[in-house]
Every structure is written in C-alpha cells, then in structure tokens.
Design a protein around this ligand. Structure first.
Ligand SMILES: *[C@@H]1O[C@H](CO)[C@@H](O)[C@H](O)[C@H]1NC(C)=O
Ligand SMILES: *[C@@H]1O[C@H](CO)[C@@H](O)[C@H](O)[C@H]1NC(C)=O
Ligand SMILES: *[C@@H]1O[C@H](CO)[C@@H](O)[C@H](O)[C@H]1NC(C)=O
Length: 919
C-alpha cells in the first residue's frame, strides 16, 4: 500500500464546488414538479416540456469537470495495455504551493494518471509488469503546456497544402470557426515539441480576425486512432446543449485586436466588429433567458409554437457570455487593452489571457479592471520589436507583471517560436528577473490554469494526468533536456539519448535587474540603451580568467606599471566574471532595419536581376549592392545585442530573390557610420540565396517568378567563369579567384551538392579557379558533411537549433534526446569550420545562451573556447573578417560569458580607445 508516513503524499485533491450545479438541477426538478401543481396555469404544457426545462437548466451549468472526475481510477485517455511506470528517486517539482513545493521521492503512473507521489513501497499494482525507472535524484516536472500554439494548423514543413489552415478569411467576426477542423496530424512539430518536454497545447486560430473562432486543447502524442479528435483534452465538442448531470467542458476562443485587424479598417472598425458580434450574442442569450423564464414559470401558452432561441453561428459567443469559454485575446498596446477591457465590462465576460501583450506590463492597473478578474498574460521572453505595436516589448515584462500580481505565462505562438524551445522562454524570463517558482509555473501550471485544465494537468499530484518529464538538469538551466517524456503514462521517446556528464541540478542564480526594470517602466519600454558612461581608464578587479586585476587604458589592457594608477578613474568588480572577445552576429537584418514589418524603418529590398528589370540607370550593378550604403545604427535590436555581449555584426542587403549583394561588418554600439570604428570592414563577402521557386516568390508587378534552381546555378556559373563585363562581372571574377568569400544560402542537401559539383568543376585545371565558399542556413549540411569537409567549404548554421520550416529543411538532425548527434557535431567531426547565425534581429540578444546550449548538446565535443569560436573566430575566418582583430572585448560580472549567473558590465574597445560601461 502507499506509505505516506513521511507526509509526502500531501493529498490536496481539488474539489470544485458543484453546489451551483446541483442547485440548478434541483430547481429544474422543482419547476417540473411545480408545472404539475394545480395552482399553476399551464393548460397546454407541451409533451417536450421536460426537454425544454432540462435545456433551460443546462444553460446555467458552469463549465468544468464532472464531480466523478476526481475519483477516477483510470484516465479517459488511457491506452489499454500501457504498463504502469514507477519513477524512483526524483526531485519533484509538484507545481503546488505557488510552485514552491519540491518533494524528493517516487512517482507512480498507472491507468494514465499519477497514482502516487512520495515514497511508494510495496504497492499492489494493477499491472505487475511495472516499468521501474531510477531518476537518480534528478528533476521531474509535469509536462509543459503551450497556451498559444498553432501546431497542426500551421504545419511543418511549411507548404501550401498544410500551413494555411490556421484561420478563416470570412470576415472580422467568425466565432463559429474551429481550429480542430484544420488540425493536421502529420505536422513534424508534434514529435519535436514532445522532445522538448511540451506535452500539450491550446491550438488557437490565427489572429487575422477580431473573433477568430474556437480553440482546442490537445496532447501532442500520436494516437492509435491517428485522428485530430483523439488528441483532444476534455473535449467540449457536442456539449453545447448540456446534460445537466454532465457539466460542459471549458471551451476556448481566440480574439485579436490591433494591427492585425487593419485589413478590415481601423481600430474603430474592429472595436465595432467586436461590439456588433457581442450584441448579437447578447440578444440571443437574453431571448433564451426570457424563453426559459416563461417555461420555468409554466407560461407555456406564451411560448407555444416558439422555438428555443438558438443559432449555430452564435452559440459559442453566447457561451462566452454565459462564462463557459476561456477567451484568449491577442492584444499588444495600451489602446487595445483599454478597448477590450471596456468591451468585457460592457458585455460582462471574462478574459482568460492576453497574448503577446507587449505593453501589458505598462498597464497592470488596467488589466485588473477586466470584467471577471485579472487575465493571465501570455508573452514571449525577448521576441519583440517585429512590428510597431511590439516596439515597447521588454525583457523585464515577466518580472514586472509578476510583481504586480498578474499571472505570467510564457508561450511560443508556434511556429513563431519553435514550440520545442518553450522552456527557453521560461529560462530567459527567469534570467531577466522572474522568480524561479513563477518561471517554472509559467510553462507548466500557469498556462493550464488559464486554460481551465488545472484539474488534470500541470501538477505532480495524485489523480492528475500522467504527463511527466524527467530532466537531466534543473529545468531553468539553459540546455536542460528531457531524458524521458510521458504522456498519459506512455513513454514518448523510444530510445532517449542522454548527454553524458553532470549537469547543474539547481536553478541558476540570476543577476539583479531592478534598475533596468524600473527604467523600462519609467520610459514606457524605451529606456535608454546606450552605455551609462564611457571611460578611458578602468581597473577590473576579481577577474576570473586573468590575474586578479586587469587594468585598461584607452580600451586596451595594459601593465599597471606603464602608467600611473592615479589615472584609473574607475574600478569595476567582476565578481569572478571573465573578459572575452565580443560576439559577432550574422544572418539577420540587424543593421538594415529597425522594425521588421515597418517598411519605413528598413533599407528596403534590392532589385533582383533574375526577378525584375533592373533599371538601366543602375547598369549592371544589380548584384553589387553594398550593405554599407544602407546601414542604420542605434536600433534597439542592435543596442540590446550590444548590451548582451554581441559587439559587431555582418549585414547583407535585404534581398527577396537570388542576389543578396555585398555584406559589411560593423559595430553595434555606435551612433552612425562615420563614427570612428563604426564600420569595421566595408565589403565582406558576396552573397546569394539559392531558392526554390514557389508561389510566394512571384513578382506580381512584373509577373516574373524566381527561375528554377538549375537556372540560378547556371547564372552563378556563368558569372564566375565568363569574365562578365562591368561591376557585377568584376565582383564575381574576384569571388572566382577567392579574393572574396562567396556565401551561398541554401537549405537542401541537394542544392548544396549541386553547388559542390560546380565548385569542383571550376577548380579543375581547365578553369583554375579557387572559391572560398560558405554555406549559410544549411539545415541539411550534415548529410554532406564529408563532402563539405573535403571541399574546404565552411558552414554557418542559421539557425543553430534546427527546425523543418520548409520542405528543404525537413531532414534535420534534431539532437538530444532524439539523437546523439546534432548538425553541428557531425560537421565538426568532419573538420568543417562552423559558425552560427540567427534569422531575426531579436535573437542576437541571447547569442551566448544559444552557444551554451550547443555546447551542452555536443557531448563534450565543444569546450567553452569551441563554443565561443562559433560566433567569433570561426565567423571571422569564414567571412574573411580581417578587421575582427579590431573588435571589442566584453566584461561579464558574476559568472562565465555563457552562464545565466553573469551579466555584461562593460565593453572594452581598443580600436576606439574607450570602455563602454553598463553597470
Ligand atoms: C538517489 O539519487 C541520488 C543521486 O544519484 C543518489 O545519491 C541516491 O543514493 C539515490 N537514492 C536512492 C534511494 O536511490
Ligand atoms: C518587381 O518588379 C517591379 C517592376 O519591374 C520592380 O520594381 C520590383 O522591384 C520587383 N520586386 C522584386 C521583389 O524584385
Ligand atoms: C580532421 O582533422 C584531423 C587533424 O588534422 C585529422 O586527424 C582527421 O583525420 C580529420 N578528420 C576528417 C574526417 O577529415
């Protein structure tokens, strides 16, 4: 039997109050009885009166689990034949006590539910073939849940046939649409998400409609039935007219306001669309209530021949007004929150969560005025500034929201962020000040509370669903990886690979950010990001990787005796932190645009000679566009990256076609291109993207589509061999001689193979050329690692964490726990020089954590120096960044450059004779 003498089986079985339910049932029965009373005037009581009365009673039954749910012995999702699993000796984050309870002991999974937590001994199991696992003292949590996911409705790899099922274009208000109706069961993302410890999510329609339709909560495991319906958790389908002995399950609905609705007009229009929709729902609800008031008081003659007011189109919105729907609202700015909070008070319905919510941390008092209580806020940790309404997003938002008592949920909006990496969102939120208990809760318990599923998900507690993750490290450590994931008690990873070695089993002690978070509030999200001051002479003390004390004069490390100590104007305590080279960012539009979806902040895109008529006045320079001419400085992306240890970047012109022009190498911390040292190297490399022709690459202005891959390669071959005249020709001739690197962005191994063949041909005696070729993106490069290594071609993995976004990227190596190897380790084993890139500017800010993660997954192949090289010397070598010698050094306090304990306090710039100080 269960031994709970250690008090570990804290039984806190939730019991929802179903008094209301029983009362209503009783009222209905009483009214039925009353209708037979000789005192009531109801001569024409219709034969279907019992059904009508039952329906009327059901309108007021609150959503939630059936009372029997809490004594269930077997889950409704149990798969017969699943063995019981006893996990011994785990450090269990139960989720209880606001995420502060940790229990050391065992967890027994049986019948698809958690049967016992604590010390389990001599248990009489339903199934004697119990599968026993010793967790070796490591962490165990409930599975994570993504409150904002489009897995299955925006399926990967991205294709016309499977990625368009995430919203309706039928108008601004479509509450009748349902995400389950588009849920693809073949999305490659399910397996990857599970490998990251994500066991389920709320599949929301997209945000292209004000009221975009109904969302559905699913588990991500494959099912024997292979159907969307078999993935549902507590399915609300078919329960709109409720059996009063069977309360309705929570339903979910997507709302969206702000910029995305501009397709239907202005914010005025979308606000009116909301109000019109709710007015319709209110009318129906009131008609139902009036009808039922007559039925329940026996005035049958008044409703004779009158149908129960009902509309299939509007019933879900009526249910919102009846408080039985969790409304998830995509909303960014104060103006939008204000609009929705007003709406909730006008029509009296609650909001489960505001999503994206870039400015939520600025208006916490307003959020508390939402009708029905303060919603949760579901956000990204650092993904911001991609559109104007996200411009004031702050990495301190989770901390500030939590300090103001607002529930914080971290979400992915998959595929915006790969849902496999949802835990990284919690880790970053934790890094920037969200307390440990709330950071774990933000991806485990808080989202299921917001989704109304906390009676079965989110906790390690007797009676809960057996959705459990075993971790190799404390989950808030970057690089923490599941060693096994259970969903409904079923182990999901057939042969999990666990990286050898000991990983940290405590949460990182993150830096303090009180000053920065206060500034975020003070400046409404636009706190100055420039260094607090610049100094010529600084003494760094307590330096971990050098002698105790490092003296810096004019940005340069000096021997103290070379000058008088008196000139040391400033002393900075690094608390054991290190001084290491600044990181170099590559791959995004950093330096070319400020806000991705605001053309007014961008250099714009170049004219592609293969897709458009290059204006004759540009001559043949169409492929020779130089990024240095379009550079922009002091973007918030650049300054945030600079404060996070990334001191320089390589930018290429924005090209939507094949030609990407010539890249430039520049400093991120400078004010303009003429500031001394701002541009490190004007011309770096020649860039082309070999792209699949696809519908999205048709130029609708001139009707030209991108030509075939083979045409693109033929063009490249001709430019490299034919001594083409003019500026473009000269440029390619230099590339053909290896005077400048040729960076070819390609994803598919087939394209890379074709390019390697071309290189081989051009380097035969006949042509006598020598190319310095680099593959960028290169998600499938591992398939050709040997050939790439032999050809002396370098690879920049953009991004380093693989994801099968397109068909050409589908053959990824997912890495632990699914595979031992990663693309990186395979390439390194073949002596390929590898760098890392990012796709979007905001990602630069956490480059060092991406490097740490790659190091953690490398099974010891990469040490700290090797990891650092991926974004420093390797990039410099591949792109021929001679000026890299002039780059800056970064001083971290509190820990190593890749650790979550550390924080950038200064940048030492010998080339500019200064130290930029942030502390
Ligand atoms: C639990 O795991 C820890 C760490 O491996 C180990 O020291 C301890 O002996 C284990 N205890 C049991 C009961 O297996
Ligand atoms: C499309 O064609 C027009 C007309 O030739 C040209 O101005 C425009 O730059 C082209 N767009 C792209 C993305 O190449
Ligand atoms: C990689 O380089 C090392 C050292 O030069 C060499 O011993 C090894 O054989 C090379 N490996 C491959 C796969 O080329």
């Amino acid at each position: 039997m269960l031994d709970d003498k250690h008090g570990l089986l804290l039984d806190e079985r939730p019991r929802r109050s179903h008094k209301a339910l029983h009362l209503l049932g009783a009222t209905a029965l009483a009214l039925v009885a009353l209708s037979w009373s000789p005192f009531a005037p109801f001569p024409r009581r219709p034969p279907n009166a019992p059904e009508i009365l039952a329906k009327c009673a059901s309108l007021h039954v609150p959503a939630g689990p059936h009372p029997d749910f809490f004594s269930r012995a077997v889950s409704d999702r149990f798969v017969p034949g699943t063995k019981a699993t006893l996990i011994r000796n785990a450090t269990i984050w139960t989720g209880r006590e606001a995420g502060n309870e940790v229990v050391y002991g065992d967890v027994l999974l049986d019948g698809g539910i958690i049967k016992a937590v604590g010390t389990v001994s001599g248990v009489v199991l339903r199934d004697p073939n119990v599968n026993e696992i010793n967790a070796g003292g490591k962490w165990l949590t409930a599975g994570m849940f993504d409150l904002h996911s489009h897995v299955g409705v925006f399926s990967m790899p991205d294709s016309r046939g499977a990625s368009g099922d995430f919203m309706s274009s039928d108008g601004p208000v479509v509450p009748w649409m349902r995400s389950i109706d588009g849920l693809n069961t073949h999305d490659a993302s399910y397996e990857l998400a599970v490998a990251g410890g994500l066991t389920g999510g709320l599949i929301l329609p997209g945000s292209g409609n004000a009221i975009g339709g109904q969302a559905f909560a699913i588990k991500f495991r494959p099912t024997a039935e292979r159907t969307p319906s078999s993935k549902l958790i507590d399915s609300p389908l078919g329960q709109t007219v409720v059996d009063r002995n069977h309360p309705p399950r929570w339903r979910h609905m997507k709302h969206a306001c702000g910029e995305n609705q501009l397709r239907y007009g202005s914010r005025f229009d979308s606000a009116w669309a909301f109000r019109q929709g709710y007015e319709e729902a209110r009318r129906i609800r009131d008609a139902q209530d009036a009808y039922c008031a007559k039925a329940t008081t026996g005035k049958w003659d008044e409703i004779e021949k009158v149908e129960f007011p009902y509309s299939l189109k509007w019933e879900a919105l009526v249910d919102v007004l009846r408080g039985r729907v969790k409304v998830n609202t995509h909303c960014y700015e104060a103006v939008d929150f204000d609009q929705i909070v007003r709406l909730t008070n006008e029509f009296k319905f609650p909001i489960a969560a505001f999503h994206h919510a870039s400015e939520a941390y600025l208006v916490t008092d307003l959020l508390k005025k939402t009708w029905g209580g303060t919603p949760a806020v579901a956000i990204f940790a650092t993904n911001g500034r991609y559109k104007r309404e996200a411009y004031r997003a702050s990495e301190f938002a989770p901390k500030i929201l939590a300090e103001n008592g607002v529930p914080v949920v971290m979400k992915t909006d998959h595929p915006i962020i790969n849902s496999r990496d949802i835990l990284f969102e919690a880790q970053k939120a934790h890094y920037y000040g969200l307390p440990t208990n709330l950071a774990l809760a933000s991806v485990i318990t808080s989202p299921v509370i917001a989704a109304g599923l906390d009676h079965r998900l989110g906790y390690i507690k007797e009676g809960y669903d057996a959705d459990v993750v075993l971790w190799d490290a404390h989950p808030l450590q970057v690089g923490a990886t599941p060693t096994q994931v259970f969903i409904d008690g079923i182990a999901q990873i057939s042969s999990p690979y666990t990286v050898p070695g000991v990983k940290p089993q405590t949460a990182p002690r993150t830096p303090r950010w009180d000053r920065e978070s206060a500034a975020a509030l003070k400046y409404e999200g636009l706190a100055p990001l420039e260094p607090r001051r610049r100094a010529r002479a600084v003494a760094f003390v307590n330096v971990g990787n050098a002698k105790e004390r490092v003296s810096v004069l004019n940005g340069r490390v000096v021997q103290e005796h070379e000058h008088e100590l008196g000139r040391m104007v400033e002393t900075i305590d690094l608390q054991g932190g290190h001084i290491v080279p600044g990181l170099i960012s590559f791959g995004s539009r950093l330096g070319m645009e400020e806000i991705a979806s605001e053309g007014s902040t961008s250099d714009g895109s170049i004219i592609d000679p293969l897709m458009a008529g290059v204006p004759s006045i540009l001559g043949d320079a169409g492929a020779a566009i130089r990024a240095v001419d379009g550079l922009r400085f002091e973007t918030r992306h650049a300054l945030l990256a600079y404060r996070s240890g990334v001191t320089a970047a390589v930018a290429t012109p924005i090209g939507l076609g094949v030609f990407q022009g010539i890249s430039t190498f520049f400093r991120l911390g400078e004010v303009h291109a003429l500031a001394p040292g701002a541009v490190l190297q004007e011309a770096v490399a020649l860039h082309l993207t070999i792209r699949r022709p696809s519908a999205s690459l048709i130029n609708y202005t001139n009707g030209l589509a991108i030509p075939s891959i083979s045409t693109q390669i033929a063009t490249l071959r001709r430019l490299l061999t034919d001594n083409v005249q003019g500026e473009t020709g000269r440029l390619f001739t230099r590339a053909a001689k290896g005077e400048i690197p040729l960076v070819l962005t390609a994803t598919s191994a087939d394209v890379m193979a074709a390019l390697l063949r071309m290189k081989r041909d051009l380097e035969t005696k006949e042509h006598g050329l020598h190319l310095r070729m680099v593959f960028n993106n290169a998600n499938e490069a591992h398939l050709l690692a040997k050939e790439i290594g032999e050809a002396g071609v370098g690879v920049i993995l953009t991004p380093i964490r693989p994801f099968p976004t397109t068909w050409d990227e589908r053959r990824i190596v997912p890495g632990p726990p699914l595979t031992k190897e990663t693309a990186l380790t395979i390439l390194l084993r073949h002596n390929v020089t590898v760098g890392v890139g990012i796709r979007e500017e905001w990602e630069a800010q956490h480059t060092r954590f991406m490097l740490k993660w790659a190091m953690e997954e490398s099974s010891g192949l990469l040490d700290e120096g090797g990891a650092l090289a991926l974004a420093t010397s390797n990039i410099a070598k591949l792109l021929g960044l001679d000026a890299a010698e002039d780059t800056d050094f970064v001083a971290y306090s509190g820990g190593l450059w890749h650790e979550q304990e550390s924080k950038v306090v200064a940048v030492l710039s010998p080339a500019r004779n200064v130290v930029d100080i942030f502390s």
